[in-house]
Unconditional design. Structure first.
Length: 415
């Protein structure tokens, strides 16, 4: 969709009374769309109000630009009010479809426009003489030099963008929509600077706290991290003694992270693989030592993350524009493996050695060696129980050979 420049200055007879800036930050998701829809219903913009989007989203899923356009084409076009977008202050990427919905467009230097239709010669004429156009990736890298150009402004700050709009004759990119006037508006609405006395009120708006929480966990890496951490806490609660706080927190993390799975189009086969790795981790906790089984669980968990987000990582038929860093997924998997490795001694102490009053009943019993945990502790069979028992650092054991247990200072040792 092209940005059509017409030779009509949008504002000429009525000054702007109110400037509202809506901030889109983090992951551009459905939470932003819902928040915008609610904002427009509550705000009830008029022709004397300027609506500005400060766009600094670092990523988005494929369906979001279409939902954004639908919102603007539907509810917003019923009202005639000027709207502008400034992409900044960070060097991020923005979809060309989004830009097509605004009268006035601004970029911070270094912004990248994606999903560009270069078959439209007008776009090539407007952008490619000044900026770097990549026809293979259908993207445009905005120049580092600030200035006013046909159809857009390059400005390093939101204040600079608004100041330019208020002090220059900037032509609208959209068809004239005013129903209150037969002539365009006077857009000399705001002046910034140390020696300027005129300055209209500017209000800033953001999504609600709950919507911002959803936005924060909408990135695949964070969604996966909270998902696996939630299961880890529940798994640890199954073995460690406690009031159930870890299980409650784990369930909450799983609930919050899974809310984003439909929007991220998570592959369900990846979730099944993760459940398999979780069951192996449970077995690792029950055995009390990490071993090859723990390493297998770690590898399967990392594989599950790749499958969950396979649309973004492998294959030619990529459905979404969102990018997933494989390294970050690997770090999350390794972090969970370390969590289990550290948790194992805690689980064993809580499950088997916390109640010292019962230790004396094991004294004099015969146990069979299973495997070493560290230099001074090993795992032994006592009937149907598997217990950790202390011993001297240089003591050697033979598997399935019986050894006698002794009590010393409230702990079990091997004689």
């Amino acid at each position: 969709m092209m940005l059509k420049v017409i030779s009509i200055i949008f504002f000429i007879t009525t000054s702007i009374n109110q400037i509202s800036v809506f901030e889109i930050e983090g992951m551009f998701s459905s939470a932003h769309i819902n928040s915008l829809e609610r904002h427009f219903k509550e705000k009830n913009y008029k022709e004397t109000d300027l609506f500005v989007v400060q766009y600094s989203a670092d990523d988005y899923v494929e369906s979001i630009p279409d939902k954004f356009i639908k919102l603007f084409d539907g509810d917003i076009d019923k009202n005639d009010f000027p709207r502008a977008i400034w992409v900044g202050p960070y060097k991020t990427k923005v979809n060309m479809k989004i830009l097509s919905q605004f009268d006035y467009v601004g970029f911070t230097p270094g912004t990248r426009i994606v999903d560009v239709n270069f078959s439209d010669k007008e776009i090539q004429k407007i952008y490619c003489d000044i900026n770097k156009c990549d026809l293979n990736s259908n993207s445009i890298l905005i120049s580092e030099e600030e200035g006013i150009h046909s159809g857009y402004i390059i400005a390093g700050s939101l204040g600079g963008f608004l100041d330019t709009l208020g002090s220059q004759d900037i032509k609208s990119n959209l068809t004239y929509r005013s129903i209150l006037n037969t002539t365009p508006y006077n857009f000399d609405f705001v002046e910034f600077g140390l020696n300027k006395e005129v300055s209209n009120q500017i209000d800033f708006f953001k999504p609600s706290i709950l919507e911002r929480l959803y936005i924060a966990i909408s990135k695949p890496t964070f969604a996966f991290m909270f998902f696996v951490l939630g299961f880890a806490l529940i798994g640890l609660e199954l073995f460690a003694m406690g009031p159930g706080v870890m299980a409650f927190i784990g369930g909450l993390l799983i609930l919050l992270s899974s809310m984003t799975f439909q929007e991220l189009e998570v592959n369900l086969y990846g979730i099944l693989l993760f459940i398999l790795s979780f069951l192996i981790y449970i077995k690792v906790l029950s055995r009390g030592y990490f071993s090859i089984m723990g390493l297998s669980a770690l590898l399967i968990q990392f594989l599950s993350s790749l499958v969950m987000f396979s649309n973004h990582i492998i294959g030619e038929n990529i459905k979404q524009t969102i990018s997933v860093n494989i390294t970050s997924l690997a770090i999350v998997s390794i972090g969970l493996g370390v969590f289990y490795f550290v948790a194992i001694p805690t689980v064993i102490r809580s499950r088997l050695t916390t109640d010292n009053s019962s230790v004396g009943s094991f004294a004099g019993k015969s146990v069979e060696f299973i495997d070493k945990i560290d230099d001074e502790h090993s795992l032994f069979n006592l009937g149907s129980l598997k217990i950790k028992i202390q011993h001297s650092g240089n003591q050697q054991f033979v598997k399935n050979k019986p050894y006698k247990v002794m009590e010393k200072d409230g702990s079990l040792i091997i004689q």
